[in-house]
Design a protein around this ligand. Structure first.
Ligand code: GLC
Length: 433
């Protein structure tokens, strides 16, 4: 086992909190939905029991309507803003009575995480038993999305907050902030006491974030009201690709279990989703998938690492996939750049140090690697893998990384939180792969 692998295990062990993992000490002291799923993939390689517990705890927070929240506040902590008192999940009549949480969700990774855990497992029989005990909750979560987040019955679900996307301050949202004028909130940020403020979102961006939550709270987090009133309503290619990839995994796992009742429903969702995804979210001019602003009925024509995430879910046909990779290499893949920046490096909105406005993120790279392999674009897949390992090796297990190679000479090109869980977890999976 290499030193790097050992260090990754150490990061995960330090971030383990008995029943779940935190993404990163101080900066993110609770359980986050998609972090939890991706972390479980890493845990499964060396401690299957922890991997299963991680997922069980996550699913235990599920609401009566199938919804799974983006943050589960397992403890009191004053190192995080906005905390449970701001989010007030109790306003929703079907929210969990057991856990405080936010009233928003995150990319639905759980379905494909179960399949990954099964793939990694050395005791398939035992793992299948675990999957049997959890899979219906994941199905129920997908049912929540299709029944409540798809007002035009297109097979594409919306997100109502940028924090639901997982790509919090992407420049894509700037176009939506331009349509809003939220009040100036008075609050004390905590993130900027842990991390250099130049690497985090601005105060004015936070005003927008809080204002959307206030609108949802005013209506007790009613999905119908949010669909009607939220100024932020977006069909996000990353989010929908995660749902589609997870649908596919649920079909595979239900068939493995010999439980067929839910398969035809899943196949119906899947067919419609993939069809709409390809017809509505693919942008011919840009040559990749883009976000759609459902509130203002317009595509948001920007390239980001989310634009390539459909490869992971097998959404484009082979010809389109190859053409997309050409676009990616041209814009993101120059010889002085690590793959894959989170936002178009040729855009004036690109900022290689600021969170989701440019830096490379390990989770998106892991998806890209697996997506490229699926289409047998193996040379570029290997490049993404090697770039990822090099960045972690040279800088440590940071949250995000500068995409400019010259910035990596002194080992200080990792930004945001350090000892970040999914960076460690997905490195383990890459090293095993
Ligand atoms: C940041 C990221 C989000 C992640 C969370 C916890 O908010 O943007 O994707 O889930 O941190 O790591």
């Amino acid at each position: 086992m290499s030193e790097l692998y050992k260090k990754a295990i150490e990061v995960l062990e330090n971030n383990w909190r008995g029943r779940f993992s935190i993404p990163c000490a101080k900066l993110y002291p609770f359980q986050w939905f998609w972090d939890s799923g991706l972390i479980a993939i890493g845990l499964a390689h060396f401690d299957m029991e922890k991997a299963e517990t991680e997922i069980k705890t996550l699913l235990d927070s599920q609401w009566g309507n199938g919804f799974i929240p983006h943050i589960i506040f397992h403890s009191e902590s004053d190192s995080y803003f906005p905390g449970p008192d701001f989010h007030r999940s109790d306003l929703h009549p079907q929210s969990s009575k057991k856990y405080n949480s936010t009233g928003m969700t995150q990319p639905p990774v759980t379905g494909f995480v179960l399949e990954e855990i099964y793939r990694i497992s050395k005791d398939k029989k035992a793992t299948l038993k675990f999957i049997e005990s959890t899979i219906d909750k994941v199905f129920f979560n997908h049912q929540y999305f299709y029944n409540n987040r798809d007002p035009h019955n297109e097979g594409l679900v919306y997100i109502y907050h940028n924090w639901e996307s997982g790509t919090d301050n992407s420049p894509i949202w700037d176009d939506i902030w331009d349509t809003m004028n939220p009040p100036e909130y008075t609050f004390e940020r905590r993130d900027t006491t842990h991390v250099d403020p130049s690497q985090r979102p601005s105060k004015r961006e936070y005003d927008h974030y809080l204002y959307i939550i206030d609108i949802a709270k005013e209506h007790n987090y009613s999905d119908a009201k949010i669909a009607e009133l939220s100024p932020f309503l977006v069909q996000d290619p990353l989010f929908n690709a995660m749902l589609i990839k997870s649908n596919e995994s649920l079909i595979y796992l239900y068939e493995k279990l010999g439980k067929h009742e839910k398969v035809s429903q899943l196949k119906k969702w899947q067919e419609k989703s993939i069809q709409s995804f390809n017809s509505k979210l693919f942008d011919e001019e840009i040559g990749a998938y883009v976000h759609y602003d459902l509130r203002n009925e317009r595509p948001l024509q920007f390239l980001s690492s989310s634009s390539f995430s459909p490869l992971f879910a097998g959404i484009p046909d082979e010809e389109r996939a190859n053409a997309m990779v050409e676009v990616m290499l041209k814009k993101f893949g120059g010889e002085h750049q690590y793959l894959c920046a989170s936002f178009d490096p040729t855009s004036e909105r690109f900022n290689p140090k600021k969170y989701w406005r440019g830096p490379v993120w390990i989770n998106l790279n892991w998806m890209l690697y697996n997506g490229l392999k699926k289409y047998e674009i193996n040379d570029i897949a290997q490049r993404v893998k090697q770039d990822t390992i090099d960045m972690l090796q040279n800088n440590g297990f940071y949250e995000y990384f500068d995409s400019r190679k010259e910035m990596h000479n002194n080992g200080k090109a990792g930004y945001g939180g350090n000892n970040f869980s999914w960076s460690a977890a997905l490195l383990i999976d890459l090293l095993e792969g």
